[in-house]
Design a protein around this ligand. Structure first.
Ligand code: PHE
Length: 340
């Protein structure tokens, strides 16, 4: 018996396994109920009492050696098979891999950027935490203009000069102050306004701004570019109309409507029966703004336009509640997987 134990000790110390199956086969051979070691335990009954202590200790040693050795073999076999192709079951039904999708606002922003980049507009960005000069003063806002009011503007730590930008027009000013015309830029970005959050208003949203400054830029250019933009975005049947409006930084200013994307202009609940939907503000850059930003207004003229990306996304996809854009509910986001 003692000899048999010594022999098994040697045998087990020298065990090898190429993979997890072989290691399992060794476990069955030595450690299972009918394995070699259990066999020894059965035979232990017939060991004469004076030898029982010695033999018992040896069997225990043998058993722990076998456990340790076979577990080690299993571990190393597991590791090597995880990296090797041998144990991967290539016939198994694959789990579908769900890809993420772009956020609807990104989809629409990219589409707008795409249209204008074909017309030679390049991207420009500016900070969201801005100073009063770039958001208001350089853009011809009077000191007592209501938009500067705390009801509209977020101030940073009650510092009267540092604010969260309330429109992307601040990027116009940042680009003009360091570049001479021709300037042809598109500025997408997040803006902040002090509004109570509801289905129709949010304290932050996204705008995209366009600016073109060069010699001989006229309102006709603006109108033609906007018509092309509307038809690219909403379809070739789309009509536009410009209504006179007011912005401190443009003169003349206008608001642009497109023919209703749902009824095509006949009148429906979407356009409240008017056949038109307002989508952006625009105008010729006020000469005072050019001058404030270091551009000679006797040589150059320019146009600018700005629109809300949420608004356009709502028109394209009929999103009823603005809050859905920032709640990150995957059921909502998943609906845009097939969009561009
Ligand atoms: N900045 C304006 C707004 O926030 C939009 C606009 C941009 C109007 C450029 C005219 C020219 O409403």
């Amino acid at each position: 018996m003692i000899e048999r134990i010594a022999q098994l000790m040697q045998e087990i110390s020298a065990l090898q396994a190429k993979n997890a199956q072989e290691a399992e086969a060794l476990r069955i051979k030595y450690l299972s109920k009918k394995g070699e070691i259990s066999q020894l335990m059965n035979d232990f009954r017939s060991v004469p009492p004076e030898l029982k202590k010695e033999v018992g200790m040896k069997i225990n040693q043998l058993k722990s050696l076998a456990l340790e050795k076979i577990n080690a073999l299993k571990d190393s076999a597991g590791e090597s098979s995880a990296s090797g192709i041998g144990t991967i079951d290539l016939t198994r039904t694959p789990y579908p891999i769900t890809l993420g999708s772009r956020h609807p606002l990104t989809i629409v922003k990219n589409e707008i950027v795409d249209i204008f980049s074909r017309l030679g507009f390049t991207l420009a960005e500016g900070p969201e935490v801005e100073d009063d000069w770039h958001v208001y003063s350089s853009l011809n806002f009077a000191d007592d203009h209501p938009a500067r009011d705390m009801q509209d503007t977020f101030f940073v730590e009650s510092h009267p000069d540092i604010i969260l930008r309330s429109h992307t027009s601040s990027v116009q000013s940042r680009v003009m102050e360091k570049t001479q015309p021709p300037i042809r830029i598109l500025c997408p970005g997040r803006v902040y306004r002090n509004e109570a959050v509801s289905a129709r208003a949010h304290c932050f949203f996204h705008q995209i701004e366009g600016l073109y400054v060069d010699k001989n830029v006229s309102f006709t250019d603006l109108k033609q570019v906007l018509l092309l933009f509307a038809q690219e975005l909403f379809g070739p049947e789309t009509k536009i109309r410009l209504r006179p409006s007011y912005f401190p930084f443009t003169e003349p200013s206008a608001e642009m409507d497109v023919s209703c994307t749902i009824c095509g202009g006949k009148g429906c609940s979407m356009c409240k029966g008017s056949g038109w939907l307002e989508i952006l503000g625009c105008g010729m850059v006020d000469p005072a703004v050019l001058e404030a930003n270091g551009i000679d207004s006797s040589i150059y003229t320019g146009y600018a336009f700005g629109m809300g990306i949420e608004r356009i996304t709502n028109l394209k996809y009929q999103v009823k509640d603005l809050r859905m854009f920032s709640e990150n509910d995957v059921r909502f986001l998943d609906e845009f997987t097939s969009a561009r």
